[in-house]
Design a binder for this molecule. Structure first.
Ligand SMILES: C[S@@+](CC[C@H](N)C(=O)[O-])C[C@H]1O[C@@H](n2cnc3c(N)ncnc32)[C@H](O)[C@@H]1O
Length: 248
C-alpha cells in the first residue's frame, strides 16, 4: 500500500494489531474451520472485543456437538437457497424421506456415506475439471511477475495463509512455518520439502507438476534431484517466462 501511495497508510501505521483470544477458539480442530468462520460471521455485531461471543462453548465435547448442529444448519441453508438449481430435487428427496418407515430411515442413514461417495464420484466425471480459466488467468496468473517478486519468497511459492495452531507452531496452507523465527523463504522451502516427502519423490523419477505456478516445486525438484526429469504445466505466459529465466 505504501508503494502505491494509498491514503490510509499513515492511519494503518498507527494501529496496533491485537491477537483475539476468543474463549471458543480451537487449537486442535482442523476439520470444522469453515463452520467456525460461518458462526463468527453469523453472530458478528461489531461489539467491543471483550464482548465478542458467538455462543460456542469452550473446545470440548459439548462444542463438538454444537459444531455438528451448526454444520447441519448451514448445510440446510445452502441447499435451500434460491440460487441452488437443484433445490427442488432436494425438497422432493426430503419429502420422500419423511414418508419412509423409521427402520428403513435408519438403514438409509447408515449407508448414506457410501451413497454420497458414489454420487459425488459420478458427478465429478460429468462436470468440467475447471471453469472460467481465462478469469483466473487474468486475475492472478498473468499479473506482472515483479508483483509476485514483491510478495512471495525467493522460491515464488504461491498461496500463503497463516493459520495458528499452537502458540509456537504456525502452519501455512502452502508454506510451513516451523516456528516464529522462520522466514518466508524458510517456510517455502520447508513446504516444498514436505511435498517431496509426501509424494515420495526419488532421484531419477519423472515428475509431472500440474499447475506449477512460478515453478517453485518444479525448480526445487530439478535442483535437488539431478537425475529427475521434471515437467511443469501452467497456462500462463508470465509464469512460463519466469521458469525459463530461472533455468538460465
Ligand atoms: C492453484 S495454482 C497451483 C498451486 C501449486 N500447485 C501449489 O501447490 O502451490 C494453479 C496453477 O494452475 C495453472 N492452471 C490453471 N488453469 C489451468 C489450465 N486450464 N491449464 C493449464 N494450467 C492451468 C495456473 O497457471 C497455475 O500455475
Amino acid at each position: 500500500m505504501e508503494t502505491i501511495g494509498h491514503p490510509n497508510v499513515s492511519m494503518l501505521k498507527m494501529c496496533t494489531p491485537i491477537r483475539l483470544e476468543m474463549p471458543w477458539r480451537t487449537l486442535h480442530n482442523y476439520v470444522d474451520c469453515g463452520v467456525l468462520v460461518m458462526r463468527h460471521m453469523e453472530t458478528y455485531k461489531c461489539n467491543p472485543i471483550k464482548d465478542r461471543s458467538c455462543g460456542l462453548l469452550e473446545e470440548a465435547d459439548d462444542q463438538k456437538q454444537q459444531l455438528i448442529d451448526l454444520r447441519v444448519k448451514y448445510l440446510v441453508k445452502i441447499l435451500m437457497t434460491e440460487i441452488n438449481t437443484q433445490k427442488d430435487v432436494v425438497v422432493a428427496d426430503v419429502d420422500q424421506f419423511a414418508k419412509v418407515p423409521d427402520k428403513e430411515k435408519e438403514a438409509l442413514k447408515k449407508s448414506s456415506f457410501a451413497r454420497i461417495t458414489t454420487r459425488v464420484k459420478a458427478s465429478l466425471k460429468e462436470t468440467p475439471i475447471t471453469v472460467k480459466t481465462e478469469d483466473t488467468k487474468s486475475q492472478h496468473y498473468e499479473l506482472p511477475t515483479s508483483f509476485f517478486n514483491f510478495v512471495l519468497g525467493k522460491n515464488f511459492k504461491y498461496r500463503q495463509f497463516i493459520f495458528q495452531t499452537f502458540p509456537s507452531l504456525y502452519i501455512v496452507f502452502c508454506c510451513h512455518f516451523h516456528d516464529k523465527l522462520s522466514t518466508l523463504d524458510d517456510a517455502e522451502e520447508a513446504m516444498l520439502q514436505i511435498y517431496c516427502e509426501k509424494s515420495q519423490v526419488q532421484d531419477g523419477h519423472n515428475v509431472l507438476d500440474v499447475g506449477c505456478d512460478w515453478g517453485s516445486l518444479t525448480l526445487y525438484i530439478a535442483q535437488k534431484y539431478s537425475n529427475c526429469k521434471v515437467t511443469g504445466i501452467c497456462n500462463s505466459v508470465t509464469q512460463k517466462a519466469h521458469i525459463e529465466e530461472q533455468c538460465g
